[in-house]
Design a protein around this ligand. Structure first.
Ligand code: GLA
Length: 753
């Protein structure tokens, strides 16, 4: 059992392979955090917890007249606003008498085999005997407001999850104003905070800074996890690097607005609180009612950021993602969005599919524009019936023709949205989120359906399931192209409108749950104007997410680099698009575009009928290579070999699970004349094994760009190169000198002894 309770000391210790998390039930029944970090073999860590008479501090009644215990230095596991902890609190609520105050003490705890689940919310799961659950009940003695703190301990994975079940065991209603999922105090240490910010078409840019005495807040008020901030933060020791240092990760399994707060207090103790966004949030909690907070997935490693990423990659892949495509190889797809945008006919689609099939593509995806009256993004959303002006033959016939070419068929939907110019809106204007007497704010000329309404969810389930039942659809791209505003629902009374944002997310999860259960063989890909809902909540329903609307491979390097800290490559939707790129106008070699897209789920987003024969030959080769390398890129370990600060190149590496193969990728982002050679120390190989380079694709630096573009041919294999694992890891590998615009090199290594 990974959870141990010592009755004598009141200490509960959670142990994973390399980490420990310890809490103390003290003599006054405060539930205190003692330690989280490197494994301490059940050592009693109470010596770390010291109390002094601190000025300007509130003392709990139990210790009267002593002044050595004060709320605002107690490292409580879950803190209530209003009684004297002046740091960021876990929960804020208003009691029926109008007071804001809640003060928790330990009541009981329970240790169980297996991992808890959360009703109506995505959460990590146990694949059989992997996890244990600890539930600690804390209660406010006066009001009987109760919180069950849930801890999921995945011993082998070095993962501990947290969330809270808030129960009103009192006699009167309570209004929640803040309901976070977890709180943790680090009494010592100087920390850096890493977060991933961005914007549309440039998501998850890494940012790192020292945690200062100003409270740092990373969050979203957009009703989605957002392009602007990802619900994943890392706290590291200030000396931490890829391979060294203390790193703590906090990943939120939630797709709506969120808030992560990091506060370094007056005594340099650092507190992290994470939960749903509390701005304008309220929740009416009547007696006997329950509110579940979403889950936070935490990990600790003393071995730097690569190790932290490995923990998350493995966990997200195996304990968050579900369904057939969690393990089955995902088909190589071609999406028609950047090929045609809204301008296509059934004939044109079949032409594209025909050429795609000839390239080795396995799935054809019909993007936006196939339904309603939809010649631009100003109309049609909500009318999920085929547009027979464009698809004259009808959807079943189009799918038949595409299937006959040997391709699976996939489709784009945006179920949560509606255009005012649509039959759905004309029939149900009240289904869109809007405030009374106020014209709702449009974004992309669309409004948001009120997903907190049961009738809306029931309608969408019926329409979407019918679409999937009546047509041989094997892939769905589930898009969501705006942030939420005008949050008001006709189904809730005035005093409960603060619930709408969270109820929206619960409605979304309900719909996704119903559809993924009913259609377990369909591959779902999440999307939100690219990567505005790139989070572990969505990954519970769809094992991959379109990472960004920016398909420029050079920008993608940074976007995918940032994404890689928390999310595995198998979740990163990445496509080869046309050159010059549609978002930036930048021209890049086809080889480079493929190397970057192979750092993701891989596919194409271009018109294959416009390709030259040479390009087609190269694409056939790319697809063949992608399939060959699939087990390394999607299941292996991923290492960042360069940091964002390296200005002239970006490099990364995959190592297969059994360490018998590795794939090295390098893209030069700024070509230098007469350059310093790039030598990089490889990672994760077997020290004593001998590796041979058995395939190397690189731009031919003496020749022209056309030749750069065809050098992925199989015959372009240079002389045999053999190295020991230790040589590659300690002496490093020196990359060839290459020139040209944005050249890329891909090298495959195989263990030969
Ligand atoms: C979003 C998606 C794109 C595409 C368009 C269609 O922006 O991210 O990939 O599907 O919508 O409107």
């Amino acid at each position: 059992m990974s959870i141990i309770f010592d009755k004598k000391t009141g200490i509960i210790t959670m142990n994973t392979k390399n980490t420990s998390y310890q809490v103390l039930i003290n003599e006054h029944n405060f539930l205190l955090h003692l330690y989280y970090g490197q494994k301490i073999h059940n050592t009693n860590m109470t010596y770390l917890y010291m109390m002094f008479d601190r000025a300007c501090a509130g003392n709990p009644n139990e210790v009267y007249p002593s002044r050595t215990v004060s709320f605002n230095v107690l490292p409580q596991e879950y803190t209530g606003y209003g009684v004297g902890d002046f740091r960021v609190n876990s929960i804020a609520l208003q009691n029926a008498d109008g007071s804001y105050g809640v003060d928790f003490r330990y009541v009981k705890h329970e240790i169980k085999k297996g991992k808890y689940a959360l009703p109506g919310l995505p959460a990590s799961y146990d694949n059989g005997d992997e996890a244990d659950t600890l539930i600690i009940t804390i209660e406010d003695a006066l009001t009987k407001m109760t919180v069950d703190l849930y801890y999921g301990v995945f011993e082998e994975k070095d993962m501990i999850t947290r969330c809270a079940k808030i129960i009103n065991n009192g006699q009167t209603p309570v209004t929640l104003h803040k309901a976070s999922s977890m709180c943790i105090d680090f009494p010592y240490g100087k920390w850096d905070l890493i977060n991933f910010h961005g914007k549309h078409a440039l998501e998850r840019q890494i940012e790192r800074r020292h945690v200062s005495h100003a409270i740092e807040t990373v969050g979203s008020t957009r009703g989605t996890s957002s392009h602007q901030q990802n619900p994943f933060i890392i706290l590291t020791s200030q000396d931490a690097t890829e391979d060294f240092g203390d790193c703590y990760g906090f990943m939120f399994v939630y797709s709506g607005g969120f808030k992560a707060e990091v506060e370094r207090d007056q005594f340099d103790s650092t507190r992290v609180v994470m939960g749903i966004q509390d701005e304008a949030f309220t929740w009416d909690l009547k007696p006997e009612c329950v509110f579940y907070t979403p889950e936070v997935i935490m990990t600790y490693t003393g071995n730097g950021l690569s190790s932290l990423s490995h923990n998350y990659h493995d966990f997200v892949r195996n304990n968050i993602c579900r369904g057939k495509y969690k393990v089955a190889r995902r088909p190589v797809l071609l999406n028609n969005w950047e090929a045609t945008y809204f301008n296509f006919t059934d004939k044109k689609l079949v032409e594209i599919a025909k050429d795609a099939a000839g390239l080795g593509v396995e799935l054809f995806v019909l993007d936006d524009g196939w339904f309603g009256v939809r010649d631009s993004d100003n109309s049609g959303l909500g009318d999920w019936y085929v547009n027979t002006d464009k698809i004259k033959c009808g959807l079943p016939e189009l799918i038949r023709q595409i299937n006959d070419l040997g391709l699976k068929f996939g489709i784009w939907i945006e179920p949560e949205m509606v255009n005012e110019d649509s039959d759905l809106y004309r029939a149900h204007p009240d289904w869109a989120l809007r405030m009374p007497n106020r014209i709702p704010t449009r974004s992309r000329n669309q409004l948001v359906l009120d997903m907190s309404r049961e009738d809306v969810i029931a309608y969408l389930y019926e329409r979407m399931s019918e679409l999937l039942r009546d047509n041989h659809i094997e892939y769905v791209k589930w898009d969501m192209n705006r942030s939420l505003s005008d949050l008001w629902s006709a189904t809730l009374p005035a005093g409960r409108q603060g619930e709408v944002a969270h109820r929206y997310v619960l409605g979304l999860y309900k719909l996704m749950d119903q559809l993924t259960r009913e259609f377990p063989d369909v591959l779902f890909e999440g999307c939100s104007g690219g990567g505005a809902r790139y989070d572990a909540g969505i990954l519970y329903y769809s094992p991959q997410i379109w990472c960004s609307d920016d398909t420029d491979p050079i920008h993608r390097l940074n976007i995918q680099y940032g994404s890689s800290f928390g999310y595995p490559i198998s979740t990163v939707g990445a496509h080869v698009s046309a050159s010059p790129n549609h978002q930036t106008g930048r021209s890049t070699p086809l080889n480079t575009r493929a190397v970057v897209a192979m750092n993701g789920t891989f596919g194409y987003e271009l018109d294959p009928t416009e390709l030259t024969e040479e390009e087609k030959e190269q694409i056939r080769y790319q697809i063949k290579k992608f399939k060959e390398y699939y087990h390394i890129t999607q299941d292996g370990k991923y290492y960042r070999l360069s940091s964002i600060k390296d200005e002239s190149y970006e490099a990364w590496q995959f190592v297969s699970k059994d360490k018998t193969e590795a794939l090295l990728d390098l893209v030069i982002t700024s070509t230098q004349p007469n350059p310093t050679l790039i030598n990089l120390k490889l990672k994760g190989l077997e020290e004593e094994a001998i590796y041979e380079i058995d395939s190397k694709t690189l731009p031919d630096w003496g020749k022209t760009f056309e030749i750069v573009d065809i050098d992925m041919r199989e015959d372009y294999i240079v002389k045999k190169e053999v190295f020991s694992g230790s040589a590659l890891m300690h002496g490093g590998y020196t990359y060839p000198w290459v020139i040209g615009d944005y050249p890329a090199i891909q090298i495959h290594l195989k263990k030969i002894k």
